[in-house]
Design a protein around this ligand. Structure first.
Ligand SMILES: Cc1cc2nc3c(=O)[nH]c(=O)nc-3n(C[C@H](O)[C@H](O)[C@H](O)COP(=O)(O)OP(=O)(O)OC[C@H]3O[C@@H](n4cnc5c(N)ncnc54)[C@H](O)[C@@H]3O)c2cc1C
Ligand SMILES: *[C@@H]1O[C@H](CO)[C@@H](O)[C@H](O)[C@H]1NC(C)=O
Ligand SMILES: *[C@@H]1O[C@H](CO)[C@@H](O)[C@H](O)[C@H]1NC(C)=O
Length: 548
């Protein structure tokens, strides 16, 4: 607008009532915003696990270390992370793992593709895998030379731009919001990640006091006469079937879905617990495919979760695995077993998926499927029926031995579609680090024993940091018609939250703040209340109102 000289500027008189409304509105917003800030601060500190992860990896001088042994039952992701943490606090750490080959060279190979054995007790070993960016951040604290070690083993470390989308419509990665430095993540398959971690913990002599032995933990040693407050050790069945006994200052259950800890506890007369279940199914396939033009071979990713759950929240994904491997994955939640055992069935699934605003699936995915069909490479089909999720509520259990804790999938498992399982194990290890740190600061009468409320403190803190994983799985799975609700509930529970989450994702396809909240949530960063930022709530409601 150009003002000509001499022309007076004119203002319309503003009604006082209008001004007042604006002032009240601004003050009200300011108040709500302040409350949200406080809530956010609290939620971040109490529930995110991020401050605890930043405390990882600070080795203590020998004289501060506890006498006796920490026994870690299970040598997978949770067990290896726990052993690494315990090495900072105990003079001796022993991992007991049934799969004997993991104790030798083959379990710690530089390149997992050269492994002669395959895991028999971890069904997702050769399955589609994605790591959240927070997992990389935690690994970095524990292993300062992580980037170099990843490179050595051929694992990619790149900014975590997973080409997110809402049912086919891209949600841009919040690169600007992170000042151009989007947090990094590890691009690898499950075998690559697990083998790297085992090599870092056991394979290069950095932690000589961590040893792994082949065996299955079958129970606790009977506690000493008249003192049931703690267990004195564990019973192990070695591969030659002999039973061995090991004394322990601390026993950690990292047995994953076996959840052996509750069996040992009840055999020894300790407290009772309850588990909840619901269910889902996923078939899966592996193949070699070409790379789309806007991505790099190292980070190639395509995942699409359909909009709507009538068909069991179907999903199709293509992700870079270990070595030259590419995984093509199809899955859905259903009561019966659904198999996608041909490339044609994958193609039909892609065509049939309900995308947002009927946006077509990118052509390169179909091209890739065509090329595959023509080339007929060796394809490995693997059909994985995901066991029901479960939650052992240790935090509600009374009468636990004071030196027993559990973490990883041995406590709770979640719907694997969100790739949170390994982050959850990391957070468990970070909680253990925090409680151990607190314990060595409080004077202990006998250096061998942890404080009498050690286990209680651990499970309380572990609950604070991991319950949200369960709540999210619970909330989202209830949106799927074939889910069996927990007794006393019905599938309507959480429908308003599901509606809001969907609307925020739609907004995230066009709004930077929403996109940042979405990315943080998908990568383990941020806090659970970020999605309730008052400005974001207003924008989401406005976007819904205008039919966006
Ligand atoms: C199909 C599928 C896909 C998944 N995809 C992802 C993903 O993309 N990203 C992600 O982060 N997570 C994913 N997860 C979840 C993730 O794999 C788990 O959360 C993670 O493996 C848990 O690690 P853990 O060490 O607690 O248990 P596990 O990895 O299950 O390991 C348990 C260990 O305990 C040992 N053991 C069992 N019984 C005993 C005993 N009595 N004594 C001693 N040792 C014992 C076993 O041999 C094994 O080594 C997926 C899960 C599934 C099922
Ligand atoms: C490793 O174990 C040996 C033997 O028990 C012990 O003397 C030594 O102090 C331990 N070292 C560390 C770093 O804990
Ligand atoms: C555990 O004991 C310590 C020291 O006695 C105390 O400060 C702490 O609050 C106790 N924790 C729990 C969860 O009761």
């Amino acid at each position: 607008m150009v003002f000509q000289a001499g022309q007076p500027l004119r203002f319309t008189a503003v009604q006082p009532i209008f001004l007042l409304t604006i002032i009240i509105g601004v003050v009200f917003y300011g108040l709500v915003y302040s409350v949200w800030r406080v809530l956010r601060w609290y939620s971040f500190r109490r529930h995110s696990g991020i401050p605890e992860i930043k405390e990882l990896g600070k080795t203590r001088p020998l004289e501060q270390k506890l006498d006796g042994m920490a026994i870690i039952c299970g040598g997978s992701i949770a067990g290896l992370l726990t052993a690494r943490v315990c090495a900072d606090f105990f003079k001796q750490v022993i991992i007991v793992e049934p799969e004997e080959w993991l104790t030798g060279e083959d379990g710690m190979r530089r390149f997992c593709s050269e492994q002669e054995h395959k895991r028999t007790r971890v069904m997702q070993y050769a399955s589609l895998h994605g790591s959240q960016a927070l997992l990389y951040a935690g690994f970095r604290e524990l292993f300062p030379d992580l980037d170099e070690q990843c490179r050595y083993s051929g694992l990619g470390v790149f900014p975590g731009d997973r080409k997110n989308n809402f049912a086919g419509t891209p949600i841009p990665a919040p690169v600007d919001s992170y000042g151009g430095n989007l947090p990094k993540t590890i691009y690898s398959g499950r075998a690559g990640l697990e083998t790297l971690l085992r090599r870092l913990v056991l394979g290069r002599g950095s932690y000589p006091n961590i040893t792994q032995i082949a065996g299955t933990v079958v129970g606790f040693l009977p506690h000493s006469e008249g003192d049931a407050s703690h267990v004195s050790g564990v019973k192990i069945r070695r591969p030659d079937l002999t039973i061995e006994e090991l004394d322990a200052s601390l026993v950690v259950d990292c047995t994953g879905p076996t959840r052996a800890g509750i069996k040992w506890l009840s055999q020894s007369g300790y407290g009772t617990t309850n588990a909840n279940t619901d269910s889902s199914i996923t078939p899966e396939t592996l193949a070699k495919l070409p790379i789309p033009p806007d991505q790099t071979p190292e980070t190639v990713t395509f995942t699409l979760l359909e909009d709507g759950v009538e068909n069991g929240r179907r999903v199709i994904a293509l992700i870079r695995g270990d070595g030259n491997e590419i995984s093509l994955f199809a899955g859905q939640s259903s009561d019966e077993s659904v198999k996608y055992e041909s490339l044609d069935s994958m193609r039909s699934l892609a065509q049939d998926l309900k995308t947002y605003q009927k946006r077509p699936i990118p052509g390169w995915l179909y091209e890739a499927i065509d090329i595959l069909e023509e080339a007929q490479p060796e394809i490995q089909f693997s059909h994985v029926r995901i066991p029901p999720t479960a939650y052992i509520q240790y935090h509600r259990t009374v009468n636990l031995p004071s030196n027993f804790v559990a973490l990883g999938d041995s406590v709770l498992s979640v719907d694997p579609i969100y790739g949170q399982g390994c982050t959850k194990a990391l957070i468990g290890a970070a909680v253990l680090n925090k409680i151990l740190l607190k314990s060595i600061k409080t004077p202990v009468t006998n250096n061998k024993h942890l404080p009498t409320n050690f286990s209680e403190e651990f499970f309380k803190e572990h609950f604070d940091k991991t319950d949200a994983f369960w709540q999210l799985t619970h909330l989202l799975d209830y949106g799927i018609p074939c889910t069996t609700p927990v007794p006393g509930e019905n599938l309507e529970a959480g429908s308003l939250v599901r509606w809001y989450l969907r609307r925020v994702q739609i907004l995230a396809t066009k709004d930077a703040q929403a996109a940042r909240v979405f990315w943080d949530g998908a990568n383990g960063f941020g806090s659970a209340v970020d999605i309730l930022h008052p400005w974001l709530v207003l924008k989401t409601l406005f976007d819904t109102a205008i039919g966006g």
